[in-house]
Design a protein around this ligand. Structure first.
Ligand code: WTA
Length: 666
């Protein structure tokens, strides 16, 4: 959490940006929506659900008789893929572009209309059926950012086979854990994808993951492989019994597929995310409520006009933002959008802005870490392109600092485009707290207030609402349609993690700190638990500690998230070596090589995003008398601050030893 100085600087921020008059006049959602939703929340969400096509209408909007297990639109049936694709074709929008896909290699583009998407999804659904996928089976998806990824997700949704998309940057080990946890029997992948100008392999990691998952009792029966880069498949090669090419089985499948109407509460997908313990949590989202929540918020928060807007969310589909605001929300709304495969600086630092100009992007949604990177690269890169089509800018994933907000508004938004800072989580499924571009006078750095139909508060440890001008814990006080239903296979952990802290009040505990300003508007302050936020990606301190300790040379490890100008937080690790390794490290001179070895080890165990920025090899870790590591003190060291109060340490000289080591390591 920011220190009190940062906090008071934030709170004294007094710039306000009124919505542009034209946008306000024609906005999808006006101020009255807040009152209407407050008067009857369930009626409000029932109306939002009318945006979708239902097979059978629901009997009850919300069943909350067994909290915290919610059921939304009880008795209703629908098909998510039909809602995202078929119904737009049926309504005469078949020729409308659904995806302007842009590959990383220049000139490698594809436009898919809604009719194209429908054919592809139907073919893929038939092919998956052929491969043995049945309603209720889990399918893991480990893919680059290509149209087939969206097609695979929708094909699973069509069949009622929950998908679990694993970010392509995760390691084989991470993929194996997820395959085993949700017992996926089929994996959809590609030979590779393009990153930073080069093909980057995926299939070898799938082979390794399948082997590991089998050791953990889960046999993957089929691996469906898209040929994207044409690269060599690596040592593990091709398993004729298990592996099938997408172009062999999908291209030849029929484009006719009759979709079943699934129960509103039928599982749509499982998305793994970091929690406070080492084991990732499988967040379960279901169909009717999730689609209602994402479609409504995508339409309201971005003021989407499906007929004219060109929307672009830069998130990878491997994260929840890609699920809710690249796949389900926008497609349910019949939007035309851009999907880009690669990195923002390939082949040049203006690539994103070139794409905005080319497709006339009107709504642009990205993360603060990207915005700060562009600030660093310089205004000349966006300056080379015409960005005047943009009319709404969105931010997600971490608190946006006022400087980044202002730069975004000025440089990308010509000094007049509203910025919507959207707070939500993998668990919430949908945006919860955000300005509305046609209603809210935005404050740089504030997510402002809960959306219509959403109830949030900031409370004390005891669960009492704090007065304006004070901070506390962010809670959600009423259920919402896209809320997670449970953790895959672990109802107890679901209750314990989110609902136990405020069991008496029945609040959902978000794990974030927040402050109400004098107007009651909300300022998000980051996590209050052992979850870090690096470049908008959630990482668990415990998970990285376990990865470090699994290295044979490491005896003990403590990880903290240190404030970082560019990535928000950065991973800093403190490591105690085993006796045998200590001598070796000394010989190698401060253990530089070992530090690199440990960083690589973390990348292998979890993924490159989890690699510590710095690893300090220390003789001891600061612990209380009861043996708890005092991360607060380590954070002081990592952020180069005066070390705080050490009186509760079992051995108060430990911090001196650690301070002596400061500056060593990578
Ligand atoms: C943080 C990403 C401040 C927060 C959609 C939350 C934010 C975690 C914001 C969820 C924001 C997300 N302002 N903090 N606008 N958006 N966060 O599950 O700490 O990857 O708990 O979902 O990101 O991360 P997740």
């Amino acid at each position: 959490m920011p220190d009190s100085e940062t906090l008071s600087n934030l709170m004294s921020e007094n710039r306000r940006f009124e919505p542009p008059a034209e946008l306000a006049a024609d906005a999808n959602v006006k101020a009255e929506a807040y009152d209407r939703a407050a008067a009857d929340r369930l009626a409000f969400w029932a109306e939002a659900a009318e945006r979708l096509d239902w097979g059978q209408k629901w009997d009850e909007v919300l069943d909350w008789s067994d909290p915290p297990f919610a059921k939304w639109f009880v008795g209703g049936t629908l098909n998510a893929a039909v809602n995202c694709v078929d119904r737009h074709v049926a309504a005469g929008d078949g020729d409308k572009v659904a995806l302007h896909w842009v590959g990383e290699p220049e000139g490698d583009t594809r436009d898919l209309t809604y009719a194209d998407l429908k054919d592809e999804v139907c073919r893929a659904a038939n092919a998956l059926t052929e491969l043995g996928v049945r309603k209720g089976d889990r399918v893991a998806i480990y893919m680059p950012m290509i149209p087939e990824t969206v097609v695979a997700m929708l094909a699973c949704a069509r069949l009622g086979a929950p998908h679990t998309v694993v970010f392509g940057g995760f390691s084989a080990d991470a993929l194996a854990t997820r395959i085993a946890d949700c017992q996926a029997k089929v994996v959809v992948t590609a030979d590779g994808g393009y990153r930073r100008g080069n093909p980057s392999a995926l299939k070898p990691a799938v082979d390794e993951a399948c082997e590991k998952a089998a050791e953990n009792g889960q046999t993957v029966e089929k691996v469906l492989v898209v040929r994207r880069t044409g690269q060599d498949l690596g040592e593990s090669g091709w398993d004729d019994d298990r592996d099938v090419w997408w172009h062999d089985v999908v291209a030849s499948a029929s484009s006719e597929h009759e979709a079943e109407q699934h129960d509103s509460e039928h599982p749509l997908y499982v998305m793994y995310t970091s929690g406070t313990t080492g084991k990732p949590k499988g967040i379960l989202h279901t169909t009717g409520g999730y689609l209602t929540g994402t479609a409504y918020t995508h339409w309201s928060v971005f003021d989407l006009k499906p007929g004219t807007d060109v929307y672009w969310c830069t998130a990878d589909v491997g994260w929840v933002t890609g699920h809710s605001y690249l796949v389900y929300g926008p497609l349910a709304n019949g939007a035309t959008q851009v999907m880009y495969e690669g990195t923002p600086d390939s082949p040049h630092k203006g690539r994103w802005w070139e794409i905005v100009e080319k497709y006339g992007v009107t709504i642009f949604y990205t993360a603060p870490t990207a915005i700060r990177t562009f600030m660093k690269w310089g205004d000349e890169h966006p300056g080379k392109f015409d960005l005047s089509s943009i009319r709404v800018l969105g931010s997600v994933g971490e608190p946006i600092n006022p400087e980044a907000y202002i730069w975004y508004r000025e440089t990308i938004g010509a000094g007049k485009v509203p910025v919507v800072d959207t707070w939500w989580q993998t668990e919430t499924g949908q945006i919860m707290i955000s300005p509305l571009p046609g209603v809210t006078a935005g404050k740089p750095g504030s997510a402002m207030k809960a959306l219509p139909g959403v109830s949030a508060d900031v409370v004390t440890e005891a669960g009492e609402s704090v007065p304006n001008g004070s901070g506390g814990y962010l809670v959600l006080t009423e259920p919402w349609p896209a809320m997670l239903r449970t953790l895959w296979g672990d109802d107890e952990r679901f209750k314990e993690t989110y609902w136990a802290k405020y069991a008496e009040q029945g609040f959902y505990f978000a794990g974030d700190g927040a402050k109400k300003d004098d107007d009651g508007d909300l300022w998000m302050l980051g996590r209050v638990d052992d979850v870090m936020n690096v470049s908008g990606h959630r990482l668990s301190t415990t998970e990285i500690e376990s990865a470090l300790v699994s290295h044979p040379k490491v005896a003990e490890a403590a990880v903290v998230g240190a404030t970082d100008d560019m990535t928000g937080q950065a991973v800093v690790a403190f490591v105690i070596l085993r006796e045998s390794a200590v001598e070796e490290a000394d010989e190698e001179g401060e253990g530089e090589e070992l530090v690199q070895e440990l960083r690589q080890h973390v990348a292998k165990e979890i993924g490159a995003i989890a690699k510590p920025r710095q690893i300090m090899i220390v003789p001891e870790l600061p612990k209380t008398r009861s043996g708890k590591i005092m991360r607060r003190l380590l954070r002081d060291v990592a952020e180069h601050r005066e070390v705080g109060d050490v009186t509760t340490l079992a051995d108060s000289t430990v911090m001196d030893l650690i301070k002596q080591k400061e500056g060593t390591g990578a």
